[in-house]
Design a protein around this ligand. Structure first.
Ligand SMILES: NC(=O)c1ccc[n+]([C@@H]2O[C@H](COP(=O)([O-])OP(=O)(O)OC[C@H]3O[C@@H](n4cnc5c(N)ncnc54)[C@H](O)[C@@H]3O)[C@@H](O)[C@H]2O)c1
Length: 401
């Protein structure tokens, strides 16, 4: 069986490499020539544990080849980005341009009996749109099986979770669901659950919106606690002793390309209905602004008391602990905003060595030289740090607790 994987990023490349190692003939496609060249040398362009071993083995065995153009195959998997349009809209709207163009690119190669799978996280109705685009581009889809199978892997554990996670498969009709589920059962040890394409699409968006709403609760609570002078970490621990309460950790907002993005796919299509989901997005974004105001106020206080501007260490830039991913990161946004306001910032990110925009400072130096130390991300390096008692510390992520 030949599989053509369109988009060789965090999702497409691990999937392609895994399938190649399971005996499928895999033709990986990416529009970026550098990505294609790197993979064809058996190397990788993204950071993910074990992925290099899988890619190296797959390329060496001849089972994985990368190219900038698709080819004929039995199964096509689309794993291209689905970001949102940010500016010019009061509510960010999904951008499925990459999915449409990937679909157009495979249309000349799709034939009767093929399976076309959309793995990209997509607004409801996108899988049906894929079918429409194929038809508009000359494909008779009567006997083409078209389905959505959303990806739920956790970066850092992708190679394990690709195999072990339960998967949702939703076809545009029953035969598409069955055929596609059969394919996933050939390499997934988790359960493969069958549904229709719209349910599968909304299921993925629901999972991330659920996380967003729950984080918003924790973030809102942290602001309320601050007003009362109550330690939110202590409060959270006490409240969670209730057998049916499980409050998540507050932080400086919500980042990454999933939880901070996917809820908008529901909201933009359900402006009147998705009140709670929209509010969660607003609350989580507001938390980031609130953190910025807190830091600025502390800086002003320091300046008035000491007649000089403080040096402020911004501890962590990634969107969550112990990774190097900066996509939609509130910590990076906060640091940029403070730099743009001419504050004297010492940016720290132990998971990144070099950054084009500004110089990253080693965390021990930053702690030593800063007047105000602001913890934005709970990286493991920041736990149990010895900090001079005279320094002002703002711990927004509970790393010192
Ligand atoms: N990364 C994750 O942890 C994760 C988890 C779950 C779901 N997802 C979803 O999976 C999808 C892919 O995400 P990702 O993180 O792999 O993105 P990515 O940006 O890492 O990779 C996408 C790749 O697709 C390529 N591409 C874009 N248009 C193309 C086209 N027309 N033809 C061929 N290649 C094309 C890009 O060059 C890029 O290399 C998104 O919808 C995302 O929301 C990602």
């Amino acid at each position: 069986m030949k599989v053509c994987v369109i988009g060789l990023g965090y999702i497409g490349l691990p999937t392609a490499a895994l399938l190649a190692n399971r005996g499928y003939d895999v033709h990986g496609v990416d529009i970026v020539q550098d990505v294609v060249d790197t993979i064809n040398q058996g190397k990788i362009h993204i950071v993910e544990p074990d992925l290099d071993t899988f890619v190296h083995a797959a390329v060496n065995s001849g089972k994985l080849k990368a190219d900038t153009k698709p080819t004929k195959a039995d199964i096509f998997i689309i794993a291209v980005p689905t970001p949102f349009h940010k500016s010019g809209y009061d509510i960010p709207t999904p951008n499925i341009d990459y999915v449409i163009s990937a679909t157009k690119s495979i249309a000349p190669y799709v034939k009767e009996g093929n399976i076309v799978i959309l793995e990209s996280t997509s607004p409801v109705g996108t899988t049906e749109k894929v079918a429409e685009v194929l038809q508009e581009n000359g494909v008779n889809t009567d006997n083409v099986y078209i389905a959505h199978c959303p990806e739920r892997v956790l970066p850092g554990k992708i190679m394990t979770e690709l195999v072990e996670n339960d998967r949702i498969v939703g076809g545009i009709n029953k035969k598409s669901t069955k055929k596609t589920a059969e394919f996933y059962r050939s390499f997934v040890t988790g359960e493969v659950l069958e549904t229709d394409s719209k349910t599968a699409e909304l299921c993925k968006l629901t999972e991330n919106s659920f996380r967003d709403v729950n984080i918003a609760f924790a973030n809102e609570l942290s602001i309320i606690c601050d007003k009362y002078g109550i330690d939110v970490w202590e409060l959270r621990e006490l409240a969670n002793r209730h057998p049916r309460v499980n409050i998540l950790y507050p932080g400086v907002g919500v980042g990454g390309h999933c939880i901070a993005v996917d809820p908008w796919f529901i909201v933009s299509d359900n402006k009147d209905e998705a009140k709670l989901i929209k509010t969660a997005r607003v609350v989580n974004n507001y938390k980031t602004e609130w953190v910025i105001e807190k830091i600025k106020n502390e800086a002003l206080k320091f300046e008035m008391e000491n007649k000089k501007k403080p040096k402020i260490a911004c501890m962590g830039l990634a969107f969550k602990p112990d990774i190097d991913d900066l996509r939609e990161s509130p910590a990076l946004y906060i640091t940029r905003r403070l730099i743009n306001e001419n504050l004297d910032i010492l940016p720290v990110e132990p998971n990144i060595e070099k950054f084009d925009e500004f110089r990253i400072i080693d965390y021990t130096n930053a702690i030593h030289n800063a007047d105000i130390i602001v913890f934005l991300v709970a990286h493991k390096e920041f736990k149990n740090l010895e900090i001079d008692k005279n320094k002002k510390v703002l711990d927004f992520c509970g790393v010192l607790k």
